[in-house]
Ligand binder design. Structure first.
Ligand SMILES: [Zn+2]
Length: 93
């Protein structure tokens, strides 16, 4: 089983295009046959919409600083796929 983890991307602070970066990441994870993707938080500094690990689109779910998710069925309204995720946000430094 392959598991991938990422955190602290801070795309807004790092002045990266979220659509481009998330698409690149989703393609990479799919090519690597990753079965579980743990997004540990801080994709952005100010908001934390959960992004679909399959297509990279914004889902309808958000995560707050004190949210802990485990075995959460994240549904993507764009690609219509459900992915079981676990997610927590890392504390701001
Ligand atoms: Zn999707």
């Amino acid at each position: 089983m392959k598991i991938a983890i990422s955190s602290d991307n801070h795309l807004d602070v790092n002045r990266q295009d979220p659509d481009e970066i998330v698409s690149l990441q989703a393609n990479y994870l799919n090519k690597q046959n990753v079965e579980y993707y743990l997004f540990a938080g801080d994709m952005f500094n100010d908001f934390q919409w959960l992004l679909c690990p399959v297509c990279g689109s914004k889902t309808r779910d958000r995560i707050k600083a004190n949210t802990e998710m485990k075995n959460f069925p994240l549904y993507c309204p764009k690609c219509k796929k459900e992915t079981i995720i676990a997610a927590v946000l890392c504390p701001k430094r």
